[in-house]
Structures are given as structure tokens and as C-alpha cells.
Design a binder for this molecule. Sequence first.
Ligand code: HEM
Length: 496
Amino acid sequence: MLTLVSLCLLLAAGLLLVAAAMANHLARKRKGVAKGLPGPGAWPVLGSLHLLGGHETPFHAFTALAKRYGQIYQMRLGASRCVVVNSFALIKEVLITKGAHFGGRPDFIRFHQLFGGDRDNSLALCDWSDLQKTRRRIARFYCSPRFASPQFSQLSAVAGSETARLLQRIRAHGPGALHVKPLIQATCANMFANYMCSMSFDYDDAGFQQVVQNFDEIFWDINQGYAVDFLPWLLPVYQGHMKQLQQWAHNIRQFILTRVVAAHRERMQQGGPASDFTDALLQHLESDPELTWQHAIFELEDFLGGHSAVGNLIMLTLAAVVKYPEVGAKIQAEIKKVAGDGRPINLFDRSVMPYTEATILETLRVTSSPIVPHVATEDSSISGYEIPKGTVVFLNNYELNTGEEYWKEPETFKPERFVVEDQVVKPSHFIPFSTGKRTCIGSKLVQSFTFAVVTSILQNFDISAGQGKIELPKACVALPPKTFSLVFTARQTIAQ
Ligand code: HEM
């Protein structure tokens, strides 16, 4: 009996595969997959997903496949038609020259789950639209403050007061190994909350701790690839995971509504002046019929959530300092040169601390955060190959960051590569925050806050490994929420 059932199942599976293969063949003909573009063959149903599996990261697989198929090739991942571009010239073509044709994002179910069932609520995961232009415009003023503008001074003051609180907590812990990631994430969350919402939370506030942790879990999750992204019929297997994502997102939204927005609304209703990003958003809501309450809350959430990326980058920079102690010593020498043994470092010092700045860039280079995939929003072409609307485009910036064609000794961690005559110089192919119309809005905040936290820690402490392996991940700027601990040994200085 069992054999008969198994036989029937096998037969059904075989028929399904044949049907899927035929459907795939017909779909290829119908949709006119980029004509003449080379690329690996596709299995029914899975496409070429299996080819991404045998490598350290999918980006290593993209580089390996480029050796075989060239700088641009096509592949099918599950039901999605994809193109991978590997060289700087082609990446520029997609992001800049033809940026207007490639401004969409993939339609992954996970992205919808995180943003109230609609990924268009998210600034980073939505498709391009007029609304997106408006949202970016509102954000830019606060996220890219000009040097020495009032916003810049405020950013520096916020960074100074919040890092002082962090140092106090580290001192209070003493010399044993400290699981410092939650603390650093809380500091970053407070820097963002302070700068964007004029409020700061107690480190022992349970609601705040929970939300900081939820943001970190989401940041880790969003940096992972899951089969369900390309094989949506696997959804029933991922029900638990999707529920978890919804729960984290719900907790965050509740916190923002009750602990952040409510107070701002009340103040504004009483006629108080607009003084921060949250006020500016709420004001826009009144004056711009296109912007809904939902959009405004999600925009605030997106930006406050940016702290998670910063906290992860700080952890990675500290990991690099522990792994390469000479790097930490050089940063400390630069701190001493600029501030002597006295005052705390501030953001105005950044421009005269090229080595420290370069260490953050080198950390971004070796970890190489992937550029979020783009999607063709109309029929277009890349390098003369036709690219139909709906094609997902992967931009292999891992190759840009680590390829021998672009860097001398790419495997070596060497901040000096970014310093020329005491100035930070970035080669044009180094685009950790991407380029073009969907470029990262948070890059200035990232560099400022990372600088502030790393320098204040190294000004006051020598750091060494605690528990857990210290490794810099590849093609990922996220560390798991539970990660290595560090030992902080107070230095005989200064800025208390
Ligand atoms: C380690 C830190 C960060 C890195 C490496 C990073 C990098 C990136 C990259 C590569 C993109 C994709 C651009 C594209 O698709 O062409 C992006 C998009 C974006 N980033 Fe960041 N980012 C970081 C932190 C932040 C922070 C702190 C914020 C907010 C304050 C932020 C806000 C955004 C937004 C809103 C987008 C989407 C823009 C759009 O699609 O129109 N990012 N980021």
C-alpha cells in the first residue's frame, strides 16, 4: 500500500515538474527574457536557486558565475527573472544613466509583513513614486545636515551627550567581558530619538529595551536571504517566521505611537513650534494631501530604525579594532593629536581625523553591505541587452569592494588605502551607500554617529576580545543580535 502511495506521489511530482518546466519555457517565450543574455540553465520551479547555495554568500556565487558568463548575465530564481551586473560600468548604467528605468524593488512577502502588509509604506522597499520623492525630500534636510549648520551642531551635541551616557554604563560594568551590543544599540537608538524626536529613553526602560531589540532582530532578518523570497508557495512553511516579523513590527509601531508621536501631537495641537524631524513630518501631514497618517508613521519608524544599522556598523568597527590592534593604536594616536589628553572628541573633529574616518570606510568595504536589489519598472536595456519590465537586477557591489581589478591587496584590512596626504579619498567605484536616485538617505548620520561612538570608546578604553568569535562577515553589515562580548579596560586619560 505504502509503495503504491509513494509511486502515485512520485508520478504526481514528476507531472508537476514537467508542467512547471513547460510553463517556464512558455513564460520565457512570452516574456521575452533578455535576448542573447548568457546565464545558467534553470531547473523547473527552483530556477537557478541551487547555484547560490554552494558559496559563502550569494554574492560570492554571483562573482563565480561572472567568471563563466561575463559581467552581465541572467538567471531565474524561483519564479523571478533576474539579471546580475558585476562591473562598475554596468552598475553605473543601471543606477545612474538608466536610473529612471530601474527604480523598483522586489515584491518579497517578508517586505510586506514588516510594513503593515504593504511594502510601499517603507522608504527603502517601496517602488519609485511621487510619494517617495516627497518622503525623501522631507528626510533629506534632517539626514544630511550641512557642516556647521544649526542641524550639524545639534547632531554633534546629541552625539556628545548620548556617548557620555554610554561611557558611564561601560565604566559602571567594570573590567569583565561585556555583552555590549544591546548597550550600543540603545545608545544609537537614543541618538536617533534625541536628534529626530527630541527625546531620550532610560537604558533600564523595559519598553525601550524591547523595541531596541526588536529593531535589531528585524535588521538581522532583513539582511538574510530566504527561499520564500523567490518561492512564495513555501509561505505555509514560514508561517511562524512571518508571525514573528509581524509581532516585532507591531511592538515597534505601538511604541512609536504611544511614546513618541502622542507627545509631539499634543504639543503641536497646543500651537508649539516645529522643532524636529517628527514635527516636520506631522506638519507635512497637515499640508500635503498625498501623505497619509500611515505614511508619516512608517517614515518615522524607518528613520528611527536606521539606528540599528549604525549600531551594527559600530560593532563591526570595534571588531576590526580588536582583530587588528595596530588599527586601534593609530586611532588612539589620532585622538591624542587632535584632543590632547583633555576634551572629548566631537563631530567637528571628524574632518581632521582621516585615519579614523578611513577605518570606518574600510570596515564598510570589507563587510560590503549589499545594495538592495532594483527592479526594472519599464522595458529597458543594459549593455545593449533588452531587459523586460519586472526583471530583478542584482548589483554585485561585493565584487566592487573586494575585486582585484579595483583594489590592491583587497583581502588586507588597510584603512590607509583611503588616506592620501592626510585627506580621505574615496575611489569612485566605492559606493557603500549606493548611488543614483535610490541612494541611501542616512549615510551622513551613519558616518557621524559611528565616528562619535568609536572615538569616544577608544579615547577612554582599550578594548579586547571577551567571549565569542570575532569575525567580520562578508557581504553583510549585520551581526546576529546575540554576538561576541568585549572587555573594556579604562585608559589613564581624560574625557570623564
Ligand atoms: C551601515 C549603515 C548603512 C548602509 C551601509 C546603508 C546602505 C544603503 C544602501 C546600499 C541602500 C540601497 C540604495 C539603492 O538601492 O540603490 C540604502 C538605502 C536606504 N537607506 Fe541606507 N544604509 C545604512 C544606514 C542607513 C540609515 C541609518 C538610514 C536612515 C537614517 C538609512 C536610510 C536609507 C533609506 C531610506 C534607503 C532607501 C532609499 C530609497 O530606496 O529611496 N540607511 N542604504
